[in-house]
Write a protein that binds this ligand. Structure first.
Ligand SMILES: *Cc1c(COP(=O)(O)O)cnc(C)c1O
Length: 489
């Protein structure tokens, strides 16, 4: 099975000092001479960049700070030490810090070199197919060993746990992207890894499970009979397709009740979005090197980490008045967290074991229909994304899955890369944007987060190609019920 997938248009070019010429007033860009060549897209031409040395924390630059998480029982602001059973100290510090930049540890940077810098590619053939005057760029994270952006945070999370002396890490996974990323990262640092995978995906996508097992992890379908939380769900519905919220409950329960075991989360939390900003920092350099700036930045949102990772560095630049792109989050119509949810304190998991977070939520009991974009089936949204959405710094739209797969085929047949079902939402929105430019004649620069490939999601393509895929909408009644269960804080 291929672990490193390169888009067909890439060529390798020798490293240069170009990046040092870039003007980014509030960040020093240092160029390291490396013994290997720097990767760049042949398409924009000559955009050589180095791997960023720091992650960026948007909280430092927000005019209004996000509301704090609350203790699930007392409803008082959480004390960072309350998180100690779940996370190592350094990750807790990163979760609450208002420091602007955090150094990327040398050991983590060494691993990033396996696939970073990732390519920024101009989708010229897609532009031509659409007949649009717009430019479409995509930042492609599918070149990582796990095939998505997830290793950007899995590697530092595993590393900080390993140096803190932790032996076992547990987590949930939806489509299997996060589980495989953490399995990969755990294997590098000698950690045991145990994963609860949402039942619907466990059944639909056996190859993701095999990837996790190949990297040495143990995988349970969720809900499982291994945990109290899982058993409770199975009692109510033995055929439950599961949800990320349920799988989180199971993993958190295990971490909270075992001394040498910590929990890792693949999205939503501040430190996860922090690690993902390596995408946006790199992309800023790549675009500056070719003298372009986006008018709109688009990404799909499940928990918000690939979107935040690309967008937050651009948001900093916008807040500082150096560029003015619009930011657009795209969610599935079957799980419309930002567009149909409420902004309220809610649990991150189904059983109510996690701290209460102020976020856009469909209710922690909401179980979305089993759409193919398993990674977007989450009832909540990152508190940091929710906060900036409330501040009016970004927009959100919801799109049905057949429009997304139609966009995916257009993309695959022009750009060559077969996208994961999740970023097909970003592609569909980018295509809408490009077609609007065709109507108005506007020459917008569209930047899109292409956060993973779909090589393990071909069953969903099969369904679409056969004409068997249908649009699934949330039912209003189910939504009302779930929203009623949001705790009154
Ligand atoms: C996990 C995942 C997502 C959804 O998570 P975010 O935190 O919103 O990024 C989207 N796309 C891919 C490829 C994923 O693996």
């Amino acid at each position: 099975m291929a672990t490193a997938v390169r888009p067909p248009l890439l060529h390798q070019v020798a490293g240069s000092d170009k990046a040092s010429l870039l003007c980014k007033p509030n960040q020093r860009v240092s160029v390291r001479r490396r013994s290997f060549t720097t990767r760049a897209s042949s398409n924009p031409g000559g955009a050589n960049v180095s791997i960023p040395k720091q992650w960026y924390n948007l909280v430092a630059d927000l005019p209004v700070k996000p509301p704090p998480p609350l203790h699930p029982q007392t409803h008082q602001p959480l004390n960072p030490s309350d998180l100690a059973p779940l996370f190592p100290d350094e990750l807790i510090r990163q979760e609450v810090t208002e420091e602007r930049f955090i150094d990327i540890p040398e050991e983590v940077a060494e691993v990033y070199k396996l696939w970073r810098p990732t390519p920024l590619i101009r989708a010229r053939r897609l532009e031509k197919l659409l007949g649009t005057p717009a430019k479409i760029y995509y930042k492609y994270e599918g070149t990582s060993p796990a095939g998505s952006h997830k290793p950007n945070t899995a590697v530092p999370q595993a590393w900080y746990n390993a140096v803190a002396g932790v032996k076992n890490v547990v987590t949930e996974t939806g489509a299997g992207q996060w589980g495989s990323a953490l399995s990969f990262a755990s294997s590098l640092f000698g950690l045991n890894c145990e994963v609860w995978q949402v039942r619907a995906s466990y059944d639909q996508k056996p190859y993701r499970r095999l990837m996790m097992e190949t990297w040495g992890a143990r995988v349970h379908p969720s809900p499982s009979s291994v945990t109290e939380s899982g058993r409770k769900i199975l009692e109510g519905d033995p055929a439950s397709p599961g949800s990320l919220g349920i799988a989180i409950s199971e993993a958190v329960e295990v971490a909270a009740t075992s001394a040498d075991t910590k929990y890792c989360l693949g999205s939503v939390l501040n430190h996860v979005l922090l690690h993902q900003t390596v995408i946006g920092e790199e992309c800023l350099e790549q675009l500056a090197a070719i003298g372009d700036a986006p008018d709109v930045v688009i990404g799909c949102t499940g928990g918000g980490s690939n979107f935040g990772g690309l967008v937050f560095p651009f948001m900093r630049e916008k807040l500082a008045g150096r560029m003015s792109p619009a930011f657009k989050a795209v969610e599935p119509a079957a799980c419309p967290t930002l567009t149909k949810g409420v902004y309220a304190y809610d649990f991150g998991d189904t059983a109510g074991l996690t701290p209460l977070m102020k976020m856009h939520t469909l209710g922690h009991g909401f179980v979305p229909d089993p759409i193919h974009a398993g990674g977007l089936r989450y009832h909540g949204m990152a508190p940091l994304i929710s906060h900036v959405y409330e501040l009016g710094f970004m927009e959100a739209i919801a799109i049905q899955q057949t429009e997304c797969f139609d966009a995916a085929l257009k993309f695959a047949r022009t750009e060559g890369i077969i996208p994961a079902p999740e970023p097909t939402h970003a592609i569909a929105a980018a295509i809408r944007e490009a077609l609007e430019c065709k109507r108005t004649g506007e020459k917008k620069v569209i930047l899109m987060a292409m956060c993973g490939h779909g090589h393990f999601d071909l069953a969903s393509y099969e369904k679409y190609l056969r004409g068997d895929m249908v649009d699934l909408s949330h039912s209003d009644e189910k939504l009302r019920e779930a929203l009623a269960a949001v705790p009154k804080v």
